[in-house]
Write a protein that binds this ligand. Sequence first.
Ligand SMILES: Cc1cc2nc3c(=O)[nH]c(=O)nc-3n(C[C@H](O)[C@H](O)[C@H](O)COP(=O)(O)OP(=O)(O)OC[C@H]3O[C@@H](n4cnc5c(N)ncnc54)[C@H](O)[C@@H]3O)c2cc1C
Length: 392
Amino acid sequence: MNDVVVIGLGPAGLSAALRLAESGRRVLLVAKGEGGFQLSQGTIDVFGYAPQPVTDPLAAIGELTNGHPYAQLGAGRVRDAVSWLRDVLGEELLVGDPGRNYWLPTALGAMRPTALAQPSMVAAHQAASYAVVGFRQLKDYPTALLAGNLGCPFAWVDLPARREADSSALSYARALEDPAYAKQFSAAVAAAAPEGDVLLLPAMLGVRPGSWRRIADQVGRPIAEVPLQPPSVPGIRLHDALLARFKAAGGRVIIGSRVVGCRTDGDKVASVRLAVAGGTRDLRASDFVFAPGGFASGSIAVDSYGTITEPVFGLPLTATNAHELIGPDYWAPHPLFEVGVKVDDAGRARYDNLYLAGDIIAGAERWREKSGEGIAVATAFRAAESIMGGQA
Ligand SMILES: Cc1cc2nc3c(=O)[nH]c(=O)nc-3n(C[C@H](O)[C@H](O)[C@H](O)COP(=O)(O)OP(=O)(O)OC[C@H]3O[C@@H](n4cnc5c(N)ncnc54)[C@H](O)[C@@H]3O)c2cc1C
């Protein structure tokens, strides 16, 4: 039997699974699909807006009141969890400090706050000036708009990733793992790049961590990767590294199957039911970590009458009627996104051996606060620590 079944392959599920597997637990990770890393910038946002821009996420977390997931965790646990993730992935993948935000450019030329970033990005923090290089075959990098909003010069390079009209960031990233192509790419960038202290390139400088350094050396100037829309190459780097470490620690994975229900035994979950071809399969474990995301991943359902439910465990939610929880326009607050499950100090809900992590936990509008990844990692860490403490 498994010690722990972890449900979800986003930042929360991967973090909890890795922490538990590295502590020697037999962990099975199950997910119906990929999680939030492939959609993200490949950074770890801890707390960006409160709602005013945040310089020190830990200090701002210390000022939050009850109801927010961070208020229950406290700044110390958030610091420990986010630092653990940075250290476990290593400085080739994540650098920074949960107590200090970088300000890095988006592909539209706005500056956004984030606590941990990839080393290929951080030269853009507080640079005196920028220059932008775009690629004619890459439609996802709005080069002129980015440069216009930053007030800096730009230039184009005409170099496809493969023999095709348009190239995606992922096809460039894969092509750049070939040293001969990387050399050709770097020479073209160096020849085209206008004046500016830091050269902003689309976040596609290799699928593997560290590949960007070869390109930076060949270009011979400070460069910074700017995240693009999904699929995110920097997000894939984080996802792949966490999953590889989890497997190396003995973890097992089932991807592509949905958990559809559970069997309980008194105050405990005995097993979860996995949908498989032709029926269901029970997965038994001593403990369960439920990290299925929030509305965006379909883990919280709203039917045509506006009734909100959590369908797998039937967990109680902080609201059950979606009417009036959606703001009048896009930028208005949408309390619907704060709906979720309340947990106890160990991270449990309803059952003694069911621990929650990530977006399923109530009380934050993550995308607006830029807090989703920090909450995911910190609540995953708490879930793992609770389980490890309970078995010690
Ligand atoms: C449009 C948008 C923009 C955002 N922008 C930001 C931002 O800028 N900064 C920030 O910090 N956060 C942002 N967020 C939030 C961030 O994406 C989430 O907080 C983060 O991904 C949560 O991680 P998670 O692991 O809890 O869930 P997810 O990353 O959603 O992963 C959930 C996992 O669970 C699996 N799953 C779900 N249900 C089941 C089931 N029944 N059975 C099996 N598997 C299941 C899914 O397949 C997936 O693998 C944004 C979110 C959205 C929607």
